[in-house]
Design a protein. Structure first.
Length: 692
């Protein structure tokens, strides 16, 4: 145990200080073997003669190669591709009325956190922007032990019982006979699973929505999905659902863009997170809780234990209780991001479980999977996984044990060591499981109250704007268009006709199929505006604008615009034909950040074409520049230019006159005076009315 672990009080830097003891920089150090022997040569193996065989006794070669041979560990069975960051969490007000969890009491306290975002289906090397649920796992290093909130960016799940998880995962992973397709549900086995498991209908419609192609990890919600319990000091419990709300709002890519990004920049999301933190644009998420009194358990038309159901925010409001700020990238991705081990069963006093059958099964799986992945039962000793409070028990030995336990006693109870380490009574901080009364027959069954699979899929559909509905239709059409079995396609269309006849008709039409005649979705009148991304927060901060320019660009216009963009927190990058410096018409120079070769419109939120006759003439000749504009427009992005630069819009076949999100300034003075018009267009995120 180190000195931080002895110290109970936890602050923002506790975890970093602990990690610091394990960090090692190698600059200026002598090269040695792992045994500390200095090495004279790292380029030639030891040979018998310059052209002779390599000798067994070359311990340096053997050690180096052996270590390399064992560098890889098994990737996560799901959520293999992820990216993480450090930060801290602060509660806004004491939560004692609801929970005794100590990290939720003092607004002055900053609890260190580590957050890993992930995709679910793809391998570790797959693309970031694929259509998929995203993982959102947070480890709070609290003074009472680690608390893990292991959630997703979609608030519901595909199945209701953990025993079906291996089946679900086998269905969406690449098909075993040919290992195709990678990181995609657009294939027969997934949709076969869906039609045979109608409980998936609600989560599947979320997965077909824009939620499954986020613009950034910084712009997604997070959900605990399950119903947990808050328990206060008096032992009173309430059902609780957890929400993370991104301060930047919830924003998505468009599907064509997401697919192109997977090729142009498979690291799009990790780069976005890494760069935002490096720049000091720290991602922030507010923590919200929905609470239902235990006595109200049966007052809703959904079962509070059913993980395929949300609690509509309009029925059960989300109380915002604190904020998490991610302010530090990892030092080493393998040591931290890859070796971190989350577990929904890592709870602290004041937070407890419910009988949600999906949650119950997860409580087993997460430790179990680490045994293979991290090679034994001591993974809690890996620096990223260690609590920052003391931890003592009689567990001993096992692969990779780091702790050197003193003394002869490793059992309980004992007299030789005064019965230490001692159990702690609940009133002194010991974890006491909530004393829920349980009785029942042993059955392999599900409650009838879990049987309604469609009303919330309809609620979701009804809550979408027309644009979002169109995206959902397109997503089903894409995925099913890749399914080879006509029978499965037909069954999905039948499923969809339980949600909405128009949705079923449109998807059927794209598949060249008839809509089932007896389509009669149940009537659901409730809508939940909180589900539509059209109602999300819209801010300029951290948006990225590409400025297309060449030599002779209008200096007054571009330097003025860049200043205004920066003031709004928008990043601008200059794209041109070659790297190096560009000279403006007023003699001022600007550095080119990327060329048309190394960049693409899909990497930006908006674009601006610089004026200046020479620059515009040159860009107009360059088909990549015209394509850049065309593509940004087709992805509904804000595009701006002065009168001169707008020539490129015409070259791309865009009629700028009155076109939504197309801002044309009369003069460079207007740009500097009223660039707010362009900034507003950027803030809008996308200009969907181009679709109409
Ligand atoms: Fe997971 N899940 N899961 N899951 N899950 C894993 O644990 C599992 C579920 C989630 O960044 C695995 O360490 C079962 C729901 C995240 O390291 C594994 C069931 C939710 C991550 C596992 C579920 C999640 C995982 C694989 C059904 C949202 C990545 C590697 C009962 C609330 C954490 C690992 C990270 C990872 C099992 C369903 C979220 C195999 C059995 C629902 C964010 O243990």
């Amino acid at each position: 145990m180190n000195k931080d672990e002895k110290n109970h009080s936890v602050n923002e830097t506790s975890k970093d200080q602990q990690l610091e003891q394990f960090r090692s920089g190698h600059d200026g150090e002598a090269l040695t073997t792992n045994q500390g022997v200095r090495v004279t040569d790292d380029e030639h193996s030891l040979k018998a003669g310059v052209r002779g065989p390599t000798l067994m006794e070359d311990f340096h070669f053997r050690e180096k190669m052996t270590h390399f041979d064992h560098e890889r560990i098994p990737e996560r069975a799901v959520h293999a591709r992820g990216y993480a960051a450090h930060g801290y969490f602060q509660v806004y007000e004491p939560m004692a009325e609801y929970t005794k969890a100590k990290f939720l009491q003092d607004p002055g306290k900053k609890t260190p956190v580590f957050v890993r975002f992930s995709t679910v289906a793809g391998s570790r090397g797959s693309g970031d922007t694929v259509r998929d649920v995203r993982g959102f796992a947070t480890k709070f290093y609290t003074e009472e032990g680690n608390y893990d909130l292991v959630g997703n960016n979609i608030p519901v799940f595909f199945i209701q019982d953990a025993i079906k998880f291996p089946d679900l995962v086998h269905s969406f992973k690449p098909e075993p006979h040919n290992e195709i397709p990678q990181a995609s549900t657009a294939h027969d086995t997934f949709w076969d699973f869906v039609v045979n498991n109608p409980e998936s209908a609600h989560t599947v419609i979320w997965a077909m929505s824009d939620r499954a192609i986020p613009r950034s990890y910084r712009m997604m919600e997070g959900f605990g999905v399950h119903t947990f319990r808050f328990v206060n000091e008096q032992g009173k419990a309430r059902f609780v659902k957890f929400h993370w709300k991104p301060v930047l709002g919830v924003h998505s890519l468009v599907w064509d863009e997401a697919q192109k990004l997977a090729g142009k920049d498979p690291d799009f999301h990790r780069k976005d997170l890494y760069e935002a933190i490096e720049k000091g644009d720290y991602p922030e998420f507010e923590l919200g809780v929905q609470m239902i009194e235990e006595e109200d358990e049966f007052k809703f038309d959904f079962d509070v234990l059913d993980p395929t159901k949300i609690w509509p925010e309009e029925l059960v409001p989300v109380k915002i209780i604190g904020k998490m700020t991610l302010d530090r990238n990892v030092t080493n991705v393998f040591a931290e991001t890859e070796q971190v081990a989350f577990h929904p069963g890592h709870v602290v006093p004041g937070i407890d479980f419910t009988n949600d059958p999906l949650l119950q099964g997860r409580l087993f799986s997460y430790t179990d999977t680490q045994l293979t992945r991290l090679g034994g039962p001591n993974f809690h000793e890996i620096p990223i996984n260690r609590p920052v409070c003391p931890f003592h028990n009689n567990q001993r030995d096992g692969m990779h044990r780091m702790t050197i336990d003193r003394g002869q006693v490793s059992y309980h109870q004992n007299s030789l060591q005064n019965n230490n380490p001692k159990p702690v009574p609940a009133n002194e901080g010991g974890f006491e499981h909530y004393q829920e009364k349980v009785e029942g027959r042993k059955v392999r069954q599900r409650s009838d109250s879990f049987n309604d699979h469609y009303s919330q899929a309809i609620l979701f559909w009804n809550s979408m704007s027309d644009v979002e509905k169109q995206h959902i239709i397109d997503a089903y059409s894409f995925e099913l268009g890749k399914v080879k079995s006509k029978d499965i396609q037909k069954k999905v269309v039948e499923m969809l006709s339980n949600i909405d006849s128009f949705l079923a008709e449109q998807v059927a039409d794209s598949l060249g199929m008839e809509v089932p005649a007896d389509s009669k979705p149940m009537e659901v009148t409730l809508t939940s505006p909180a589900l539509s991304q059209m109602n999300t927060v819209k801010l300029p901060n951290t948006r990225k604008v590409a400025i297309l320019a060449d030599n002779g660009f209008n200096g007054a216009e571009i330097f003025g615009l860049m200043e205004m963009l920066e003031k709004s927190g928008i990043t601008a990058e200059v794209i041109s034909q070659k790297l190096g410096m560009l000279k403006g018409d007023d003699g001022r120079e600007i550095e080119v950040n990327h060329t048309f070769l190394t960049s693409s419109s899909v990497l930006y939120d908006a674009l601006y074409v610089a004026g200046g006759q020479q620059s515009v003439e040159s860009l107009k000749q360059k088909k990549e520049a015209v394509y850049f504009v065309d593509e940004a427009y087709s992805h509904f992005k804000a595009i701006g230019a002065g009168i001169e630069g707008s020539v490129l819009f015409a070259a791309a076949g865009i009629n700028a006159e009155g076109a939504p999100g197309v801002v044309v300034f009369e003069s460079s003075k207007e740009v500097t005076g009223d660039s707010q018009k362009f900034i507003d267009a950027v803030i809008a995120h996308r200009h969907w009315n181009r679709m109409m």
